[in-house]
Write a protein that binds this ligand. Structure first.
Ligand SMILES: Cc1ncc(COP(=O)(O)O)c(C=O)c1O
Length: 413
């Protein structure tokens, strides 16, 4: 029995070439690439006219609910190159009590914690590793704040590719452990993620490993793009009014923006776009500063610190793409304090029974702040991204105990 046709059925593929996101210069498909000659991310381009003819909404609706249902808009050409750990479609969870309390309209959380390795990094890395397999890459290296490294280790081990992973020394313990357990060589480095990135670049000449850093390989965006494809499909081929995205390297924000353009080109959605909001922490907010200054590129953020480790990215190679999507969509960039992130995490857990990761909680804090200052309209349908399961992070201890051998005052419990 075929348990998932998406993984076993050959489907037509439509990649035509890759393109420099800055200069538009073309690069051939089906070859190993990192950045363009201009040092900028490469974007995968498709024959969208061909996709339009080959794919209908009805055909899609009949497919299994996983990321591979969008094969015509993905770069992997052959089923044997698909490396899967079960990339289920993630639910949109409604937060009615909080929406009512804050006076907003519908508030939805896209819960990415349901994916393999417990975070949305699985979307990007399943694509990067599948393409690495297709292109014959044997060794991948990556700087990570935790979740991306965990996803890389998992998928690469699944298909026998070797991995070497560098994390900032204070990366959450759970992430470093899962990376190691899932078969990677993992090192803590006394620096931030961009310092780790330099080690990956330096080691390349000696080891020949492939640099899998955010946006330095072209396929992670294609995987993250599926968040936008899925979201539009789940909303009946509509887009929400506003999306709050926790922004580090920004792959997901850039990917979703690309997804909406491709969906319009194949006639699945109209012209409407959600306002894209890049959420950062006040202790590391290079995109917010660049947005406020009205510039195209962001300066490195010095002394970066926040409890939301995933968005502690002092400098992003795709800065101009993030800022472009935010501005073109009439969105904005916003910073929230660690105290608001913690308070948000507690509030969503207590009131809605939904345990967010700190980065997800940052989007809730940003939504709340924006609703209060009028940047979000009370009538806006909003989608927050909870990008990892809250269970991965240290939780507060519960100290209350009962002695079952003594009388218990149940009325006082
Ligand atoms: C939980 C979590 N949220 C958000 C991000 C930032 O994602 P992006 O690089 O797509 O901006 C990361 C990246 O490490 C993460 O692990």
């Amino acid at each position: 029995m075929q348990y998932d046709d998406n993984l076993t059925t050959d489907r037509p593929t439509f990649v035509t070439h890759l393109e420099c996101s800055m200069t538009g210069e073309h690069y051939p498909a089906d070859q190993i690439h990192n950045l363009s000659r201009a040092g900028k991310p490469l974007l995968v381009r498709y024959d969208l006219g061909g996709v339009k003819k080959a794919l209908s909404k009805d055909a899609l609706a009949r497919r299994e609910p996983d990321l591979w249902r969008y094969r015509e808009l993905l770069p992997v050409r052959k089923v044997e190159d698909i490396v899967s750990l079960g990339e289920a479609m993630t639910p949109l969870v409604s937060m009615p009590k909080l929406a009512k309390k804050l006076g907003g309209a519908e508030l939805l959380v896209k819960d990415e914690g349901r994916l393999p390795t417990g975070s949305f990094k699985a979307r990007g890395l399943v694509m990067a590793v599948s393409m690495a397999k297709a292109l014959g890459i044997r060794h991948m290296a990556m700087p990570t704040n935790g979740n991306a490294g965990a996803a890389l280790a998992a998928y690469a081990s699944h298909c026998g590719i070797k991995t070497t992973i560098f994390c900032p020394e204070d990366t959450p313990e759970v992430n470093v452990s899962e990376i190691g357990l899932q078969g990677a060589a993992v090192y803590r480095v006394n620096g931030l993620i961009d310092d780790c990135g330099k080690l990956v670049a330096e080691g390349k000449a000696v080891t020949g490993w492939f640099d899998t850093s955010t946006l330095k390989e072209p396929y992670r965006i294609e995987g993250k793009k599926t968040m936008g494809l899925e979201l539009a499909e789940q909303l009946g081929w509509e887009v929400p009014d506003i999306i709050f995205y926790p922004t580090g390297g920004g792959t997901g924000l850039i990917g979703m923006w690309k997804a909406f353009a491709e969906l319009e080109a194949i006639g699945f959605i109209g012209k409407k776009r959600p306002r894209m909001v890049a959420v950062q922490a006040s202790g590391c907010a290079p995109m917010v500063r660049a947005y406020d200054e009205g510039v195209e590129h962001a300066r490195r953020w010095e002394d970066a610190h926040t409890i939301a480790a995933g968005i502690r990215v002092p400098q992003a190679v795709g800065d101009f793409l993030i800022l472009r999507a935010v501005r073109e969509s009439n969105g904005f960039a916003i910073a929230v304090d660690d105290s608001a992130i913690s308070a948000g995490l507690d509030e969503v857990a207590r009131e809605e029974g939904f345990l967010m990761c700190p980065e997800g909680a940052a989007t809730y804090a940003a939504y709340k702040q924006s609703l209060a200052d009028g940047r979000v309209k009370k009538s806006d349908q909003a989608v927050l991204f909870n990008c990892a399961t809250g269970l991965k992070y240290p939780l507060p201890p519960i100290t209350k105990t009962l002695d079952r051998h003594k009388p218990i005052d149940f009325a006082a419990l």
